[in-house]
Design a protein around this ligand. Structure first.
Ligand SMILES: Nc1ncnc2c1ncn2[C@@H]1O[C@H](COP(=O)(O)OP(=O)(O)OP(=O)(O)O)[C@@H](O)[C@H]1O
Ligand SMILES: [Mg+2]
Length: 224
């Protein structure tokens, strides 16, 4: 039997935050994620969810092991090359949105495309704003948006490049049930139609219901 190739693979990744009382935020963990797979990560506050996601997204370095994306070993590449790789292959939704305050919602969303020197597809971008219920936010700056609107702009920015891997840190943490449902449907669609791989941290049992697979994390230990 041939095994489906993983789009994202972590081998024995771990992270300890140093200090007087070092925090073992992520114990050695190996995980594989396949194309079109939708994974939910659940666990208490402080259990290591964001740490795991940031390492999977190349935003933080693992202390040990290696990260393989599209069959390519990313750990150890020069930072500039990792950044380029991340921009093209990974969409990341930060827990705190991480929007640029001096850019409008629209400019924030098309930023990854501009940085890559590509032309924006206005129609596609408008559709994404529409699908996420933020069409009215296009020309506003982040400080003129509610938390839930910023959250959806951040999600639009992660999806606009149609990345192979979408890593979303509590993408519905600030949304009501209706908008959470919208986001869940959109992510499910991205998996099913475009074979995108999604890893989503959530506290919401209704969101986890949309996933194919649930990872539980407790004191830095991940289990299926
Ligand atoms: N930069 C840092 N320096 C030191 N300790 C950190 C740092 N970032 C996180 N930690 C600690 O590592 C542990 C895991 O943090 P992490 O942010 O991964 O948790 P989380 O599961 O995402 O929590 P939440 O649900 O509240 O977002 C926590 O004990 C946290 O205090
Ligand atoms: Mg977190």
């Amino acid at each position: 039997m041939t095994e489906i190739r993983a789009v994202l693979e972590a081998k024995e990744i771990s992270r300890t935050y140093p200090g007087e009382n070092p925090v073992h935020a992520l114990k050695p963990t190996s995980l594989r994620f396949q194309p079109g797979e939708f994974t939910a990560v659940i666990g208490r506050s402080g259990s290591g969810k964001s740490t795991l996601l940031r390492i999977l997204g190349t935003l933080d370095k693992s202390d040990t092991g290696e990260l393989i994306i599209d069959g390519r070993r990313v750990s150890g590449l020069p930072e500039g090359e990792i950044a380029r790789f991340r921009r093209r292959r990974i969409g990341f939704v930060h827990q705190d949105y991480n929007l640029f305050p001096e850019y409008t919602a629209w400019e924030n969303v098309i930023l990854p495309i501009r940085l890559d020197g590509a032309a924006e597809d206005r129609e596609k971008t408008a559709k994404l704003f529409e699908a996420l219920g933020i069409a009215h936010c296009r020309d506003r700056f982040p400080h003129e948006l509610s938390g839930g609107e910023q959250q959806r702009v951040s999600l639009a920015r992660a999806l606009i490049t149609e990345p192979a891997v979408v890593l979303a840190d509590e993408p519905t943490g600030n949304l009501d049930a209706e908008n959470s449902g919208r986001v869940a449907e959109l992510l499910r669609f991205a998996c099913d139609e475009y074979r995108q791989t999604i890893v989503m941290v959530t506290h919401d049992a209704a969101m986890a219901d949309y996933a194919d697979r649930i990872l539980r994390i407790r004191d830095g230990v991940v289990s299926e």
